[in-house]
Write a protein that binds this ligand. Sequence first.
Ligand code: NDP
Ligand code: MG
Length: 378
Amino acid sequence: MKRVAILGVTGSIGRQAVDVISRYPEDFSISLVSAHSSRDVLLELARRFRVPVVCYTGGDPIDPSELGYPCRVFCGADALILGAREGEYDVLLNSVVGLGALEPTLVAMEKGARIALANKEMLVSAGDLVMKRVKSLGAELIPVDSEHSAIFQCLQAGRHEEIDRLVLTSSGGAFRDVPVEQLDRLDPAKALAHPNWRMGKKITLDCATMVNKGFEVIEAKHLFDVPLDHIETVIHRESVVHSMVRFCDGSTIAQLSQPDMRLPIQYALTYPNRVPSPVSSPMPPYSLTFDEVDLRRYPCFGVMLEAARKGGLYPAVALAADEVLARAFSERRIRYSEIAPLMERVLARFDVGGDYTLADVRYINSEAEKYTQSVVKR
Ligand code: NDP
Ligand code: MG
């Protein structure tokens, strides 16, 4: 029986993880859960699975008596780190949004737990530091983001030194068919209509601008230790091929499935084994298309790649800037065509190319957010 800690159990990934686990009660138990604001959902899930450790980072503290069974409850800003230290688990799923679970995930690595990583912000902002820690501890980090899960699966077919290219696929998001000259006149709410995936609001918006794919290129570089010029991105409208690896002999291995996050979540829990899932296999005849990314349509993707090339904390700056710019765009305070130049302007403000510490990550995140807010106001 594997004990699973789910950080961010009330979110889109967290709830799908609960769904996956509840299909295999003989193999998995939930030994820790956390939430930030969804108090009632957290209490309901904790009671349903009699979870022994419950962490609640925001709002009114929870009294253990509210749960009605013996358990430990940690509340407030340090709840996740205390839970990660005190809890007992074999796998920790980080499905929190933002950087709130960065330190707790490092604690879990030190304890020897497998990390199933859905969270993007951690690798985008602090990938060098996190991967150094993974190597020095010999930690097991299994990606949950669908593209990276796909690459991880494809890599079972060859060795690291045999990789020629990683090929990330992108659906193109909600704006893929809008004529470029009309993008500025579009209702930002349209950005939330993802053609293929059902996800949270922020990530869906980041798919429309392809900032998300920029994040994923950075995640891939760190996770698989492949230089940026060996990572390609293609538009693949069908979202059936979740990514590919081209090997040095000319073979390309791809992972195909219906777009459903329960599959990569499950694989990160069961790896190296596979078990039946509710996700059906795409049935032939397939119609699969692969197109180049048009940077006139997706200028933010170009800016993200530039941040990735500069390295250091530039991706952390871009992530913080995107947080503010995505919100400003969705609230109609800036136009689509203003997002990329504003992001470039924020990147130009900072000189953060070298090594960094965890404290630097936090500091730059907050400074870049403040600076972006000031340029948006102007
Ligand atoms: P959601 O917004 O749906 O859920 C986020 C979870 O994090 C919730 O449980 C939320 O608690 C908790 N949370 C929010 N703020 C904080 C905080 N400050 N401290 C601690 N916990 C917090 O996000 P998703 O599930 O969509 O995404 C989670 C991560 O996975 C993100 O990094 C995302 O980019 C990545 N990802 C998501 C995919 C998807 O399909 N959704 C696909 C690939 C990657 P509460 O609800 O109580 O506020
Ligand atoms: Mg993805």
